[in-house]
Design a protein around this ligand. Structure first.
Ligand code: NAD
Length: 460
């Protein structure tokens, strides 16, 4: 018989308390098994992703399997050193002492995943949660049932059942999970659900990472290589059918080159996908609800390219929109689909007034050869992370933290940042007994007060 949610959590807490996840070699052996499982089931993963939303295997490898294997390799290679107590410089004021940071897992972690990169965005946080010594309940998206089922099978096959479990289901199950007392919650998804998660976590003061979304701008000035810029923009915007949290949501283009850029974008779209409806390289919209939401955004706007769709196939063409007003539907919320609004600017103040109209974005992109403009832009705006002269690729470097700021998220992960996210840093001072400086003890003398002040002045 299947366990209830409270039973699953209680079993995981017991497993954790028994120190079953303590042994670093044991964690490494599980990560090695997981890696083998992902490699040997590569075709099953591709098939599940294709059944869920026609994701091409090429994109699946690049954005799901490949990234996950790289993350596991990094964890396997570094886990022994990451998890060791780290000696830090002591303070003369604590003399004699040796000071350390001990790395402790939080305990039982809830991971809730979205549908758009359903394998990678579920497994990547799980890798580092396990690497750090936690137990994990993973709730993948209900909108990608084939991938979620496969995830459940794989996790069941690799991990002791009280160490990692997949719980499948939609909002009801998610709500039930969020009522429980977790030691950490890692959520990837929309801003609105992020707020629900934060509220539920607050009840038990559970720490959270929220990987959310938002409208990520892309600025294009008039110093660029037009063809290369258009090629990279088309790749970044229409990868995964435009259903990427860090896709450039809209362009802000120097008005003098806007028409040339639109022509170059059209060319690149045709080169990449030809007849996009029948292209094996172009995924479909995830479900009917999102399809309707996206097609509604095309009302009352000036479509410069694309705009055709087919409800039965959940197909929406790569679409360019020319100068939608800031209060139009397409400019209100994150688009999360293959629609690219193109706004124009004349002055840098125009750019600021557009970007600052929205919440702090997850990503920001700049295409320019002007170093001053690039540095000013990085400095001026608040955003999660970004790329100069390309899109999306910052996600692929595990030496960079990935996360948002403000409404686009709280916290970050990837590589060592992921290990640290799932780790509590215990500060430990080991005091020596061979000498006991007498100054701090009562009764406090004027002489010792002076001495303490001098010590602070010299050594702090
Ligand atoms: P979503 O917020 O609708 O769903 C995410 C998860 O939350 C799912 O597992 C779902 O079952 C659960 N959920 C949905 N409604 C809930 C509720 N009322 N209470 C509790 N749980 C609930 O997001 P989505 O549609 O799966 O993904 C799209 C969003 O995710 C976009 O906004 C995108 O920008 C964002 N996203 C962010 C990142 C990132 O790394 N920052 C990555 C991918 C997607």
């Amino acid at each position: 018989m299947l366990n209830t949610i409270p039973e699953i959590i209680s079993n995981q807490k017991t497993f954790f308390k028994a120190q079953n996840t303590k042994d670093v070699s044991f964690r490494i052996s599980l990560l090695k098994k997981l890696k083998q499982e992902i490699i040997s089931r590569e075709k099953d993963i591709f098939k599940a992703l294709h059944s869920d939303f026609k994701k091409p295997s090429f994109e699946a490898f690049l954005s799901e399997n490949g990234l996950v294997i790289a993350e596991i390799n990094l964890a396997i290679k570094n886990l022994k050193s990451w998890s060791k107590p780290e000696r830090v410089k002591s303070s003369v004021l604590l003399f004699p002492s040796k000071d350390y940071i001990y790395k402790s897992p939080y305990g039982t972690v809830l991971i809730i995943g979205p549908w758009n990169y359903p394998f990678q965005l579920a497994i990547n946080p799980l890798i580092m949660a396990i690497a750090a010594g936690n137990t994990v309940v993973l709730k993948p998206s209900e909108l990608t049932p084939n991938t979620s089922e496969l995830l459940a099978e794989m996790v069941k096959h690799i991990f002791p059942k009280d160490m990692a479990t997949v719980v499948q289901g939609g909002v009801e199950i998610s709500t039930e999970l969020l009522k429980q007392h977790w030691d950490y919650i890692f959520f990837t998804g929309s801003v609105s659900v992020g707020k629900i998660v934060a509220k539920a976590a607050a009840k038990h003061l559970t720490p959270v990472t929220l990987e959310l979304g938002g409208k990520s701008p892309c600025i294009v000035d008039d110093t660029i290589n037009l063809k290369l810029t258009a090629k990279r923009l088309v790749w970044g915007k229409f990868f995964n059918g435009g259903q990427t949290c860090i896709a450039p949501d809209y362009l802000i283009v120097k008005s003098s080159i806007k028409n040339d850029l639109i022509d170059a974008l059209k060319n690149e779209i045709l080169k990449a996908y030809g007849d996009a409806q029948n292209s094996a390289d172009y995924p479909k919209i995830i479900n009917h609800k999102n399809f309707i939401r996206l097609t509604q955004l095309l009302k009352d706007v000036n479509i410069a390219f694309g705009g055709d769709y087919n409800a039965e196939e959940l197909y929406l063409a790569p679409t360019l929109i020319d100068e939608p007003p800031l209060d139009s539907e397409v400019m209100k919320d994150e688009i999360f689909g293959p629609i690219l609004p193109i706004l124009s600017y004349d002055t840098e103040d125009d750019i600021a007034s557009i970007i600052q109209h929205f919440n702090k974005p997850l990503s920001l992109y700049v295409f320019s050869k002007n170093k001053r403009f690039i540095e000013d832009t990085i400095d001026k705006f608040s955003f999660g992370g970004g790329v100069i002269n390309d899109t999306l690729i910052h996600y692929g470097n595990a030496n960079l933290p990935f996360g948002g700021i403000g409404a686009s998220g709280i916290g970050a992960y990837h590589g060592k940042f992921g290990f640290d996210t799932f780790t509590h840093f215990k500060a430990i001072v080991k005091r020596g007994n061979w000498y006991d400086p007498p100054f701090r003890y009562a009764p406090y003398s004027k002489r010792n007060f002076k001495l303490i002040k001098t010590l602070f002045k010299w050594f702090s």
